[in-house]
Design a protein around this ligand. Sequence first.
Ligand SMILES: [Ca+2]
Ligand SMILES: [Ca+2]
Length: 98
Amino acid sequence: MVPFLLLAAAAAADLAAAPASPAATELFERDPVLGQWALASFDANHDGWLTLYEAQGAVAEFKRLADTNGDGHVTVAEYEAAKRFLVARFNLAAAPAR
Ligand SMILES: [Ca+2]
Ligand SMILES: [Ca+2]
C-alpha cells in the first residue's frame, strides 16, 4: 500500500510541476492549418504571434476537440478528423498538397 501511495503522490506532483510544454508552439508551427486556427482564436493580445501561454490554451482546446473518445490521447485519425472539422468550421485554407 505504501509504495502505491508514494507513486500516486509523485505522479500528482509531476503534473502540478510540469513546465510549459514547448511542443505547444511547435504543433502550430508545424501545421499551418492548426496555426491559422490557433492564431485566429487564441491570439489574446492580437499581436499576430502565439506566445507559449496562448498556444497552451489552443493546444488544450484542440485536444478537447480532437479526443472524441475521451481516452486522453489524440490518435492520428482523431487529429486528422479534428483538422477537417476546423477547416470546415472556420473556413480555413486546407494545407496545399506537396
Ligand atoms: Ca499574441
Ligand atoms: Ca482519443
